[in-house]
Write a protein that binds this ligand. Structure first.
Ligand SMILES: C[S@@+](CC[C@H](N)C(=O)[O-])C[C@H]1O[C@@H](n2cnc3c(N)ncnc32)[C@H](O)[C@@H]1O
Length: 457
């Protein structure tokens, strides 16, 4: 599938999607340094452009006709930002939605801070996307459950033309690991992202990203990492200290052990502890902040999920590189999302039957066996539909009736499958109506999305 990324930054989301198997055909960002880092690492298809200029970019996208458009419009704290910033961000989130609506790719993926879910900007963008025909899966994901050593909660919205809302929810949930990835998982000997190739000269690199082309293999090349391998001195220090400091949010903890994920990386994550924090550290810090390692830029980049050999030098200043790293979608998170999309596109997964369908059928007097049959039939029909869902129930049945394998089934089986789909639809509609009634009784609540977090898991 061919991808265009809007607001591509240094390319975290693009890298993840490429690893999943997508082809990157175009990327845009307004910041020259972001574009330079992107081009150096991912190829010349990135261009500098102001995406507010939808009259120029829209027709270009329509011409490229990508299968998927992705992007993380700038968020800079929707709620914390000043009004001018909020207006600017709102304009860019709207620009993202307009560009998607103009180019009409089959899929889109948008990333943002979770607070965006209750912003006016997203609510307007959402309306545009729904009007343009997209079914939406909105989820709050914790990156530490998707191969990133960092508890970073982000809003991910996946849209596909013609689908029912929530069409990918269960597959995204299923892709999460049971436990969070820790900093030790990343820097320890069992790091899954690295392969060991015996260095030819002392002090030369021995650990290589599993994704980069390995150096020429020699007879001395071997896996796994031998016990006597010396990691980079900074990583050795981190492992030896067993704890690290990151600038705390508000009144939060500054020190964490290696056996937990890092907190969400921000531009100032690797600042040293300030005198007032050293004097009065957080009571739950596992060691005094003066004993904890201060992360290096290379380590922060790896915690954000970039490979060890990612070249940040075109970002020029330390401060800008810190910003580019902090802005990025962690590549392993993007890769996991990309794999879920490709699996659905290939018809390899189907949406799970949601919630209490079985109980609802039981209340209607169906026997346990009939309930099991109904569920099996819904799943069978959905497999025949290659996992596709439909906003309109009539379209769903019509699509099923165009599937050759369905037509070759006995008439009775065909009718059972149709009835099961209709029953399921009836239940979904009843459930939706109940939710609307509940919401209209309660005070208006912001859209909450589905949450996949370490706590929820
Ligand atoms: C959150 S970052 C995106 C990071 C990217 N998704 C990644 O994974 O690395 C937002 C990006 O939007 C860019 N940006 C801000 N205003 C823009 C505009 N008017 N047009 C294009 N890009 C803009 C910023 O330069 C920044 O790189």
């Amino acid at each position: 599938m061919r991808v265009v990324e809007l607001f591509c930054g240094a390319g975290g989301m693009s890298l993840g999607l490429r690893r999943a198997g997508f082809e990157l055909v175009q990327a845009y960002d307004a910041w020259d340094r972001a574009v330079d880092v992107y081009r150096t690492n991912l190829g010349p298809h990135a261009s500098q452009a102001d995406l507010k200029d939808i009259f120029t970019i829209g027709p270009r996208l329509a011409q490229i006709a990508p299968d998927l458009i992705c992007g993380g419009p700038p968020c800079q704290d929707f709620s914390a930002a000043g009004q001018r910033q909020e207006r600017e961000n709102a304009a860019l989130t709207r620009a993202f939605a307009m560009l998607v609506a103009v180019a009409r790719p089959r899929w889109f993926v948008m990333e943002n801070v979770t607070r965006a879910l209750s912003s006016t900007a997203w609510s307007e963008a959402r309306k545009m996307l729904v009007k343009a025909g997209y079914g939406l899966t909105e989820c709050k994901l914790d990156a530490s459950l998707y191969g990133v050593a960092q508890r970073r909660r982000r809003l991910i919205v996946i849209g596909k033309l013609g689908e029912a809302d929530g069409f990918l929810q269960s597959a995204i949930r299923k892709a999460a690991s049971e436990s969070a990835m820790t900093v030790r998982d990343l820097f320890g000997d069992n790091s899954p992202e690295a392969i060991y190739v015996h260095p030819r000269m002392p002090g030369k690199k021995g650990l290589w990203s599993a994704d980069e082309p390995a150096p020429t293999m020699r007879s001395s090349s071997r896996r796994p990492i031998p016990a006597d391998y010396e990691p980079h001195p900074d990583d050795a220090l981190l492992l030896e200290k067993g704890a690290f400091f990151t600038r705390p949010f508000h009144l939060g903890r500054g020190v964490r052990t290696l056996d937990e994920p890092a907190p969400a990386i921000i531009r100032t994550s690797r600042e040293r502890p300030r005198p007032h924090y050293l004097k009065q550290p957080h009571p739950d810090d596992p060691v005094h902040p003066s004993e904890a390692a201060v992360l290096t830029q290379a380590q922060v980049s790896r915690i954000q999920g970039f490979p060890p050999d990612w070249d940040w030098s075109p970002g020029r200043t330390k401060r800008d590189i810190d910003q580019l790293i902090a802005n990025a979608v962690p590549p392993p998170l993007a890769e996991a999302i990309g794999r879920v999309i490709l699996a659905r596109e290939a018809g390899e997964t189907i949406p799970a039957i949601e919630g209490r369908f079985g109980q609802w059928l039981r209340r209607r007097g169906l026997s346990p066996q009939s309930v099991r049959n109904a569920k099996t039939r819904v799943n069978r029909a959905r497999r025949l539909l290659a996992g596709r869902t439909f906003q309109d129930p009539a379209m769903e049945i019509a699509a099923l009736e165009r599937v050759g394998e369905f037509l070759s089934l006995p008439v009775k089986t065909q009718s059972d499958l149709r009835s099961a789909l209709r029953l399921y639809r009836e239940w979904l509609e009843e459930k939706a109506a109940r939710l609307v009634r509940k919401a209209s009784k309660a005070a208006p609540e912001p859209n909450e999305g589905t949450e996949v977090s370490a706590e929820a898991a």
